[in-house]
Design a protein around this ligand. Structure first.
Ligand SMILES: [Zn+2]
Length: 681
């Protein structure tokens, strides 16, 4: 279950106002090739637009000049328009009293709890006080342990993450995974060397924490101390957590393969009572555990000590206070939003309906998804997607057959993997069953916080039941994969391509589009997703989704050399002065963009009188965006996708079809000499 902590704050990420001017000076082409047109204010009437120099800007300039970031938001663009239209549909569902059945009842009951401010204001911050008082009363390691063991305490934060997922090596079985905790500054490296993004997060959490803690009864002085202690405790943990940059290295998945029996896990954790914590959290003890970072778990006895009790207690107080910020009265909700908006440079406010939807979706993802499928999904949409996917797979096969740097043995395995890709298109055949969930509504004196606790317990029980059981590969699990989201993705752990219903609107796909526009929209998205089966991550999983090497050494070395060339090229981009752009961070998505484009261009080449102009323009239109400087700072720090102006220009410039169609020549901004091109496939 995503807790409110992450949902609320990840969406509202923005920038310190003091950082913004360094970017907003704008208009400077720092990397010597393309202007970063994604930053609001970088493009003006006077900005030259030459198709052959900067295709994305040429296509999107008129849109950019009139684009307005909606009130309360940090960005706008074609993807954001699709998200908007999805939200409008979901808001209608959330408020539609004519819908019946258990899912609709849960949604309406929760919506009433969320939207009735008179009811919430009458409760004030009282629902939060027992938790805060219980945490405040912790004064010894024994008291801390007892608090974490007591399932009547709703807000329990552990210095580790316990979750249930499929086994990496044997994807037919669910098992418990033990990971490292998420940190407020997001990356453990931030605790020793602070970046622009780290400064932003620190400012954000300090201000939010100060408000929430004082609202919940702490004095200014005590609140400041709690915040300082919370960051100090995170620094203790961060010293043993690998930096995010290691997640993009070639050996990342190999580094995760650490299996333990319950006895071995307990030995690894030294004196830290890890199995008791696991059961107190709500998961049963399974036969085996996968531990992502054993060095962190073995360091826990040094972190979880009598000496550090106050630091950990205050870390829990900070986390608990922040997690409840959206679930209490109007004053608290409003102040939290205002602080986040100010830090991030966001103007205006999102609507009451949007705010309510965010909470309803975070608590009831599956019931909301079921309502969406019943009202908005059609057999026709699914058939359209299956047809396009079949075309893409067929041409991908030809592509793999013709790649000249692949040996026959690896080629055969790659094609076998392609042929074995599972497809989940638009909606599941069997809807998720949350009929056993219930919570008290307004008429029974319920509270939003109590509903949140009931949902968390329910989801944990569902997860616990899965441990050591076989994976039903035909089942579409809406808990991890809601179709009402603007997304499409490849899952290497079951070799599946997944096209969500929420993405099928606006500039991505609509029935009125020409064939070329559909290929430029949803076609390139599908090509991109299938390419993930053969990016630097996907290539390490086999046709059944098992982590397993199916490459010959020679072919894998050639593949890695091509990926390294691509990453080195992206390292050279400087989206604004002072930004660190990491080619390794964006390499899987860049490989997928280019692989997908190559595949769709191969489909285009088979068509008579194909309208390349309409196709290329649509592709550039899909990725247009305008974002606030602060938002882009957090995006570049975390996103594995290249910035959108690069998704357009860096991708298209790799292909003869594009270069030839527009007559692009050496010296033009969109020209890359064939020997310098970086497409892996
Ligand atoms: Zn992708």
């Amino acid at each position: 279950m995503k807790n409110i902590f992450s949902v609320f704050f990840v969406i509202l990420l923005c920038a310190l106002l003091s950082l913004a001017p360094a970017m907003a000076e704008g208009g400077v082409i720092l990397d010597g090739r393309w202007l970063n047109a994604d930053i609001q204010g970088n493009v003006t009437e006077d900005t030259p637009t030459v198709l052959k120099d900067d295709y994305g800007l040429f296509v999107n300039k008129d849109w950019i000049l009139q684009a307005e970031i909606p009130a309360g938001e940090s960005k706008t663009g074609s993807m954001e328009d699709v998200i908007r239209s999805l939200k409008d549909r979901q808001i209608a569902l959330m408020k539609d009293d004519s819908l019946t059945g258990h899912d609709a009842e849960l949604v309406h009951k929760l919506y009433a709890l969320v939207s009735d401010w008179d009811y919430r204001n009458a409760q004030g911050v009282e629902p939060a006080m027992p938790t805060m008082e219980a945490i405040r009363g912790i004064d010894s390691l024994e008291a801390l342990t007892n608090y974490l063991y007591d399932r009547n305490n709703p807000s329990r934060f552990y210095p580790l993450v316990m979750s249930v997922d499929t086994d990496l090596i044997n994807p037919d079985i669910y098992m418990t995974q033990i990971g490292t905790p998420s940190l407020m500054l997001t990356d453990s490296a931030e605790y020793t060397e602070r970046t622009q993004a780290g400064e932003l997060y620190q400012a954000l959490y300090e201000q939010l924490g100060m408000y929430m803690l004082t609202r919940l009864g702490y004095s200014d002085e005590d609140a400041a101390q709690v915040i300082e202690n919370a960051f100090s405790f995170e620094a203790l943990m961060a010293a043993h957590i690998k930096p995010t940059s290691t997640h993009y290295q070639a050996d990342y998945f190999t580094s995760l393969l650490n299996y333990y029996s319950p006895e071995e896990l307990e030995a690894l954790a030294g004196g830290f009572p890890i199995l008791d914590m696991l059961q107190a959290f709500g998961l049963k003890v399974g036969e085996r555990f996968l531990v992502t970072e054993p060095d962190y778990i073995s360091a826990l006895p040094k972190i979880y000590t009598e000496e550090n009790v106050v630091l950990m207690r205050d870390w829990m107080a900070m986390k608990a206070a922040l997690s409840m910020g959206t679930l209490l009265d109007y004053e608290t909700f409003k102040q939290m939003k205002t602080i986040a908006n100010t830090v991030m440079g966001i103007t205006g406010e999102t609507s009451e309906d949007d705010n309510a939807l965010q909470t309803v979706l975070s608590l009831l993802p599956v019931p909301m998804d079921n309502l969406y499928v019943q009202v908005y999904c059609t057999e026709q949409q699914r058939q359209d997607m299956l047809d396009i996917i079949a075309d893409v797979v067929a041409y991908y096969r030809v592509m793999l057959e013709n790649v000249d740097w692949l040996g026959d043995e690896t080629r055969a395995k790659a094609i076998e993997k392609l042929d074995n890709i599972r497809v989940n298109a638009v909606y599941p055949d069997v809807l998720g069953d949350w009929s056993a969930l219930d919570f008290a509504g307004i008429e029974d004196g319920g509270s939003l916080l109590a509903a949140d606790t009931a949902v968390n317990e329910y989801v944990l029980a569902l997860q616990s039941e899965k441990i050591d059981t076989a994976v039903d590969k035909d089942k579409w699990d809406q808990l991890t994969m809601q179709t009402a989201q603007v997304n499409a993705f490849y899952n290497p752990q079951n070799n599946s391509i997944n096209i969500m219903a929420g993405i099928l609107s606006g500039e991505i796909y609509n029935e009125d589009m020409s064939y070329e526009q559909k290929l430029g929209g949803i076609g390139t998205v599908i090509g991109h997703e299938i390419s993930h089966a053969f990016d630097t991550n996907g290539s390490q999983f086999d046709k059944d989704g098992a982590f397993s090497n199916w490459w010959t050494d020679e072919d894998y070395a050639a593949f890695q050399a091509r990926a390294a060339k691509l990453a080195a090229w992206y390292d050279g981009f400087i989206p604004w002065e002072g930004a660190n752009y990491s080619g390794q961070q964006v390499q899987t998505e860049a490989i997928a963009d280019m692989g997908g484009m190559k595949c769709i261009l191969a489909i285009a080449a088979q068509q008579k009188d194909f309208d390349y102009e309409a196709f290329f323009r649509q592709y550039a239109t899909v990725w247009r965006m305008q974002g606030l400087p602060a938002y882009l700072i957090t995006l570049v720090a975390q996103d594995t996708h290249p910035m959108r102006y690069l998704r357009v220009n860096a991708t298209l410039a790799q292909f003869d079809e594009f270069v030839d169609f527009y007559g692009i020549r050496e010296g033009d901004g969109m020209y890359i000499a064939p020997e310098d091109r970086v497409a892996v496939w």
